[in-house]
Design a binder for this molecule. Structure first.
Ligand code: SAM
Length: 337
């Protein structure tokens, strides 16, 4: 038999993310009418524990909020924006945005993942009326059915650890139309790294982020480039070691977590690569300071949580970093800068 592909376990982390999302939707922590179409046999999937549902709620609410701010900041300058989701897996954010109040403000939404995952997602999109209706009738397959292009939505296969010039080539030209620029550096662009950079070496992540920062800064009057990262961090303590060992048991390693032992160290990932400003907060702080009290009350009534102390410990080990790179002489927006 052939040795198992070690990347398989990395690709499978998407199943966990999608099932956690489905669970949080079924238990009414968050609302997402699209996730059920992306999870095979959705009605048979077991719920996740309350602690995981709460984590999914905080993470989703915080990232949704930052994305919404980004779209609004862009629209105030009279521009549409582009969003690039790296390691997008079964994420539904495109469908939620494309059916929400900001749908006309997004000119391109590009998702990238391993070829096996993009192929699976394309099949789920084609199977689901809801998903294909939003993508639009003009959607067409490319690269042997591993890529999909529509007027706004693009799904592209790549191994993000490869040299970005190769891995991201389809980003610059739409697969079979080399005259068309897919990623336009004159349009405000947001990069999303939701639970993906921990699976890559710090060198690969830096090279990848650097590619985007070079691609934008080559144009002197480039548009703002923003980034949001959601990830585990600070895994050197005893709780962190338990998290690492649980994943190791499933063949998943976290080469990307080591350089960021504290939440204060997370912004350096961007500040070292020409980004103008960066902030990071743990999910515990986000939950305590930024989620409205009425929303916390609503969540508290959904399920009984007996692991109250463990909840803080888990939320302490996840963080969201957001960062922006502005052209020289541009003024920062207070929400992002
Ligand atoms: N971003 C989605 C979310 O938050 O729901 C999925 C997160 S899942 C934990 C991690 C995803 O990153 C998987 O779909 C995996 O295939 C993808 N991924 C990890 N390393 C990658 C790489 N080197 N190239 C492309 N995709 C990668």
């Amino acid at each position: 038999p052939r040795p198992a592909d070690p990347d398989n376990s990395i690709r499978l982390t998407d199943n966990d993310a999608a099932i956690a999302r489905l669970s949080a939707v079924n238990k009414q922590y968050i609302s997402d009418p699209f996730i059920k179409s992306l999870v095979p046999r959705a009605h048979l999937q077991p719920s996740r524990p309350p602690l995981i549902n709460i984590g999914t709620h905080v993470r989703t609410t915080a990232i949704d909020d930052l994305v919404q701010q980004w779209v609004q900041i862009s629209s105030q300058t009279g521009q549409t924006c582009q969003i690039v989701s790296l390691g997008a897996g079964s994420d539904t954010r495109y469908w939620r945005l494309a059916t929400g109040p900001h749908k006309n403000m997004i000119s391109a939404y590009i998702e990238i993942d391993f070829m096996e995952n993009t192929t699976k997602k394309i099949m789920a999109i084609r199977k689901s009326k809801e998903l294909s209706a939003v993508v639009g009738p003009e959607a067409r397959l490319a690269l042997g059915g591993t890529a999909l292009h529509s007027s706004v939505y693009h799904l592209l296969p790549a191994d993000l650890r490869e040299t970005p010039a190769t891995a991201l080539a389809p980003l610059i030209t739409i697969a079979d139309d080399s005259s068309k620029l897919c990623l336009d550096p004159s349009i405000p662009t947001l990069l999303l790294f939701e639970c993906v950079l921990v699976y890559m070496s710090p060198e690969s992540s830096s090279t990848l982020i650097q590619w985007f920062s070079d691609y934008f800064s080559k144009l002197p009057q480039h548009a703002p480039l923003g980034a949001i990262v959601y990830e585990m961090f600070g895994l050197e303590d005893s709780f962190g070691r338990v998290m690492i060992n649980n994943l190791k048991a499933r063949n998943v390693t976290l080469p990307g977590a080591a350089p960021y032992p504290t939440v204060e160290s997370l912004p350096s990932r961007f500040l070292n690569l020409k980004f103008t400003a960066a902030n990071a907060l743990t999910l515990r702080v986000i939950r305590n300071r930024y989620i409205a009290p009425q929303e916390l009350d609503r969540i508290a009534k959904l399920e009984f949580l007996d692991e109250v102390e463990e909840l803080d410990l888990v939320l302490e080990h996840y963080a969201i970093t957001w960062s922006i790179m502005l052209p020289v002489n541009a003024k920062a927006d207070p929400a992002w800068g």
